[in-house]
Design a protein around this ligand. Structure first.
Ligand code: SF4
Ligand code: SF4
Length: 117
């Protein structure tokens, strides 16, 4: 049965700044984000990405775990590449590994202010 909850992002920024977070990038994301940053695909990969599992890429996070494109505007979290952000970010928290796993869902509820059950 689908998990019932409502979601409305409160821009707390916790998902973009977690010490143990990961930001996955697919091959489809790469050219769009590279263009948004004004970089070549090769330059974007070498500056921002590490190889990840299953052919994906992982964003090289800043010390402490923050995404390099995260910022704060008037106390609210903001993404500097919002229009081009990874599919991984667009679809959070509606990921199968969260929705289908009670422990994972409980962990996301702990840090995501936007989920209400
Ligand atoms: S790309 Fe944007 S939305 Fe995704 S983790 Fe980074 S700052 Fe957050
Ligand atoms: S943790 Fe949840 S509420 Fe906070 S910025 Fe991320 S999606 Fe929005």
């Amino acid at each position: 049965m689908p998990r019932a909850f409502s979601f409305s992002c409160k821009r707390c920024g916790n998902c973009c700044t977690r010490a143990d977070g990961r930001v996955r990038i697919t091959e489809d994301d790469v050219p769009r984000i590279a263009a948004a940053l004004g970089l070549s695909v090769a330059g974007f990969r070498s500056r921002f990405l590490n190889p990840g599992p299953d052919g994906s890429w992982l964003v090289r996070l800043l010390p402490g775990g923050s995404c390099p494109w995260f910022s704060r505007e008037g106390g609210l979290g903001a993404c500097r590449i919002y229009d081009a952000r990874p599919e991984h970010c667009k679809t959070f928290p509606h990921w199968p590994e969260i929705l289908e796993d009670d422990a994972a869902f409980a962990e996301v509820r702990r840090f995501c202010a936007g989920i209400e059950v």
